[in-house]
Every structure is written in C-alpha cells, then in structure tokens.
Design a protein. Sequence first.
Length: 269
Amino acid sequence: MRKAFTLIELLVVIAIIAILAAILFPVFAQAKTAAKVTATISGVKQIALGLQMYSTDYDDVVVHDYGTSYISGDTWVGDIYPYVKNREIFFDKTLPDIKGDDIPDPFFPGFVYKWQWVTNLSLNVDGYSRHWGGNGCMNIDWNVPSQQRSNTSFEDPAQRLAVAPTRYAGLSWSWMRFYGIDASWPTMDRYATDWSWYQLIWDARRQYPGPRFPGAYADGHAAKFGKEKFIAYYADNPSQSEATTYAQYCQKMDDKKLWQFWGRPWSGD
C-alpha cells in the first residue's frame, strides 16, 4: 500500500508553491506590461507615419489639432484615421480599452466627448501642430491667430516630439492634445486629481516604469524619452526644483536645449 503524504510534507509543498508564485507572478506581470508597452510603441509608430502621409497630401502642412466642437469627430485623430484605419492605435495599450463613441467627463458633468477627443496618445499643439506670435519664451503673444506649421520647417524633425502618452487625472482616457510649454514643466512629486495641462504627460508615469515614455517624432520615427526632457518642479521638496518661476523655467529650457524637443510656441521652426 502506498504511503500518503504527512501533514508536514503537504505544508512544505504548499510553502514551496507559494514561494515560486511570489517569485514568478511579478515576472509575469512585468512581461505583460512590457508587451503592452511594445504594442503602444507600434501604434505610436503607425501614427507617426500617418502624420507624414497627411502632410504629403496637404502640401507639407502639419495636421491641425481640432476644428469644431467636441461633439463631432473633427480632431487631428479624425484627420489621421483614414491613413491608419485603426481606432485602437490612438489609445495606450497599457490602459483599459475605451468602449463606445460618446465619453462623459466625470469632472465636468454634462460634457460628453466623441472618442476622437479623448485619446490618451496626444498631439503636441504648440510645438508640432501650430505656432503663435512673439519673440521669445518671456514674450509669447497668444492673442494673434495661430499658424499651421510646415513639415519641412522643423530645425531638426528627428528631435521634435509630435505625439506622446497622456493621463487625465486617474482616468483611463485623456485629451487628444497637450501644450508642450505646460507639459514640459510638471510637478514631479504629485499626481493631478483633476484637469491639469501641466501633468498630462508626466502623469503617464503611472503606467510607464522609469519613467520612459513612447513618443512619435516629426520625421516619422518613434522612440522613448524620459525625465531628462522635463523641467522639474517639486511641490513637497522645493529644493530639488529646477525652476520655481516662469522666468527660471524659460532659462532652464534654454540651458538644457529642450526647445528642439518640445518646440517654440512663438516660432514656426
């Protein structure tokens, strides 16, 4: 007759299984996250190519961020969609899928957006799509009508960020555009609890370890970027801040040569 396991032997086996699970589950989770990041980078690359095709068809003009009301699909997403023919690539794969065409805003009751407005892969408005007036960071004229940029006007298109992942507070969807002059100066040690232009990209660190964010660039390629592309402000540890005033921010953008990455809102280059 075969001898049964004793209670101690069963407990040892269970303990071994628990130890192996504790070791392997984080590995599986990391592998799953890495696969989603890879899928997002692939989507970002397709968007980058779609932006290039749009400019080719429209005499070198860069796509406009939006045209009419948020109750329509008239955004850069709607303009690029015919070139990529895939709704899913406009959404970050590290976040839950967005279902339906009409998305209500929990922070602004009564506002319901078409899906083309709430993508969490978002366009760089003031550094890639459009520019305004003025002659420098300290003297931007936002009152003059904006002008669409030309795809060949960029000083170094391989360095110019066109699209990046964004987070709207803790929601799984975001907003289809960001302003580089705001997004480049986030509060590094806090997350937004409601709407914030400043936190849109940096808060995507919720799902990107490092953090290293996938971005599409003006020349059509995709690559990751990280903390080195931001001007740091710390609310809880101000001594770690790179800039606590707008003047300091402008100077630090010059010092770190980050205008090529984010774009100058007052210039078409």
